[in-house]
Design a protein. Sequence first.
Length: 217
Amino acid sequence: MDELQLIIGNKNYSSWSLRAWLYLTLNDIAFDELRLPLGTPEFHQRIHDYSPTGCVPALRQGDVCVWDSLAIIEYLDGIYSPAVSWPIEPRNKALALSAVMEMHSGFHALRSHYPMDCRKTPFPAELRGDVQKDLTRLDHLWRSCLELSSGPALLGDLGIIDVFFAPVVFRLKTYQLPMSQPCQAYADWLYQLPEMQRWLQEARVETEVLASNEWKG
């Protein structure tokens, strides 16, 4: 089988890149990593060699090209049958699929007003726009999952659903956004995973600054 190459953006900023990278890393799937810093001449000169949309992440395997984090994960999940995957039980799988799709296309206020910024010193940010509505929905969704399992992951075993909420955990930590105690405990657990801490450490040594992704205080 051809080797995998994952093309990502800055680890400090690129939440979509984190999802594909974390899925591969948690499942111990070997891959070569190519980091193209967002917003730089290098990015614009090279990204279309790997991604037809000009966006990260993208995955290459021989003559196969996959873009979009969810597409990448689904492609890999069908090939490798890894441990960190979808739940087997139909009810839990339906919930996981729905939650991932909701995260993939929703929570706009949280994503737009609170960009992922792993280097930033945590601080209690003001609540902007409709973010309280997003936080209320997020809290309800997480608690609905946690009530079906004994934890520590959302549906018992670490899965794709947790991978998709990983960037949210970094946002909650950076901006100290309020969540209920069970959800805060879940966020703390996911944050402390060695793979999450590895991404965090590598993000914090990056030096590029992307003004559009910095908090506007």
